[in-house]
Design a protein around this ligand. Structure first.
Ligand code: SF4
Length: 498
């Protein structure tokens, strides 16, 4: 990701493909200030883009680019007169991508694919009966995705498809949000509140969360809906006390029929919050999958990102979870953390593989505007994230971990991806469902979202308040918005034979 803070006028002649053109330019110049016009006289400064479409007997698509006072580069392509508007749009973007790759020496590995779910495109083509080679050449030609990324996207789709085919669309998943962490990591872009600032609100928060779980539980019972998966996320759910955790898990048990639950996950997360007592509570209430997330085992890097635990603490937390009896543990790592070098990432990954968790998720650092790190601008100048990600694909697949879900985010170092790998049979359903958008997810707690997927695939989202005090104070108002859950669950129930 290059941060270039300059003005870049974009002159669009004969079309209005603003969104995709800007997205393509942002792959190369992330923080340039773009302006749009159809005034060709604006193409006279140090930097500009002219993207032009001339329609005659055929369609001539041309691009001229100048950056930072360099020479003007141009390129053009001729399309048949009857081509579709999307073809013209992608041709323009491919020309821009080609010229900027020449100018900057950068070739973003996902090409023009800027969406967060690249695997969905692969699965769509698989369902149309296309084979690997056809899929890769179709996506490679249209979006300029590199062969390396096509391969991992295809492998992920192959492992995900059988799980998607068994999805129970009549059932729903439950998400429980505990948005607190012991301290805030410098790269954090989640809605997470440090325990110090939230401690006074805790009793009221737990109380409101349990009330919401009861309300959702009543709706689920009333509409005779099955719960398929449960996910406790945050924040760090284990940052609250064992007693509070017990109270929430007891409320889930009292208000939902857990007999049909296929997966119950708790994202324990930060090793410094994991105690034997909390792990025993999690186990007692039937959660069968937990995450222990070191991110890195390098103590210096942990300090830089604002974590208060060491690599050794992470290993101890993992062993403790094994001792308590968890046989499905995920560990999260991040490629591209500030100051982390390739060798240190490799050591962490190799050590985690040695520990043999059932799944390992490799994220790439994302810096959103809400993160402290974004304000400080302390990203690695030459971040080795791409090398780390490449190593992780080979090392994990060589050791029996298969990629099974993938998503991309904006503002990720080098526009890279996040990939979940699992040993066969340990793929997380919830992680797949949240990306696939075919199963309804009911969210409880501050910052949780409810995603209602109607039988005709219409999706309605209900967002809970982001901050605990708002969630507590405006609880009744929020619950009025939940009426739609009943309507959706009734429609789901009546749409399918019993
Ligand atoms: S553990 Fe996760 S949610 Fe908590 S502060 Fe760190 S990045 Fe944010």
């Amino acid at each position: 990701m290059i941060n270039n803070d300059f003005k870049m006028p974009i002159i669009m002649i004969g079309h209005s493909f603003k969104y995709e053109i800007e997205a393509t330019l942002k792959l190369f110049f992330h923080t340039a200030r773009y302006s749009f016009s159809d005034d060709i006289t604006a193409a006279d400064g140090d930097s500009f883009v002219v993207a032009q479409v001339d329609k005659d007997e055929d369609i001539r698509v041309s691009v001229k680019i100048k950056t930072d006072g360099g020479e003007v580069r141009d390129s053009e392509y001729v399309l048949p007169a009857d081509c579709e508007s999307k073809d013209i749009e992608y041709t323009l973007c491919r020309l821009i991508y080609g010229l900027l790759s020449e100018i900057t020496g950068i070739t973003p590995p996902w090409g023009l694919l800027t969406g967060i779910r690249p695997v969905k495109k692969v699965i769509d083509l698989m369902r149309r009966g296309m084979m690997e080679e056809e899929i890769c050449s179709a996506l490679g030609e249209k979006y300029l995705v590199s062969p390396e990324k096509l391969k991992i996207a295809y492998e992920t789709a192959v492992n995900q498809l059988p799980i998607l085919d068994r999805i129970d669309r009549k059932a729903v998943s439950l998400y429980v949000s505990i948005p607190f962490c012991p301290t805030r990591c410098s790269y954090c872009s989640f809605v997470s509140h440090s325990m110090d600032s939230a401690i006074k609100l805790m009793p009221d928060y737990i109380n409101a969360l349990c009330r919401e779980l009861k309300i959702i539980g009543d709706l689920v019972k009333e509409t005779d809906t099955k719960i398929d998966t449960i996910y406790f996320g945050g924040g760090t759910p284990t940052s609250i006390s064992a007693d509070d955790l017990r109270m929430i898990m007891q409320t889930v048990q009292d208000n939902f029929d857990l007999d049909n639950v296929r997966e119950y996950s708790v994202e324990a997360g930060r090793p410094d919050t994991i105690t034997e007592e909390k792990l025993r509570v999690i186990k007692e209430y039937g959660a069968d999958r937990i995450s222990v997330n070191p991110q890195t085992l390098n103590d210096d890097v942990l300090k830089v990102i604002g974590r208060k635990h060491s690599g050794e603490d992470a290993l101890r937390a993992f062993e403790l979870a094994r001792k308590v009896g968890f046989d499905n543990i995920n560990t999260d790592l991040i490629a591209g953390l500030p100051t982390e070098q390739f060798d240190s990432f490799r050591n962490t990954l190799d050590k985690m593989i040695e520990l043999s968790p059932e799944s390992i998720t490799v994220h790439t650092l994302t810096i959103k505007r809400s993160a402290t790190l974004f304000e400080k601008g302390s990203e690695n100048a030459a971040n080795p994230a791409a090398e780390m990600v490449r190593y992780s694909v080979d090392a994990l697949m060589d050791n029996g971990y298969l990629p099974y879900y993938m998503y991309r985010q904006k503002n990720t170092v080098d526009n890279l991806e996040n990939v979940g790998y699992a040993k066969k049979g340990f793929e997380s359903y919830y992680n797949i469902f949240i990306m696939d958008e075919t199963q309804t997810i009911l969210g409880a707690g501050c910052a949780a979202s409810t995603k209602l997927v109607y039988p005709d695939n219409k999706i309605v989202r209900i967002h809970n308040y982001k901050f605990p005090y708002e969630y507590i104070r405006s609880f009744d108002k929020l619950m009025e918005k939940k009426g739609e859950i009943r309507e959706c669950l009734l429609k789901i129930r009546s749409s399918q034979p019993k």
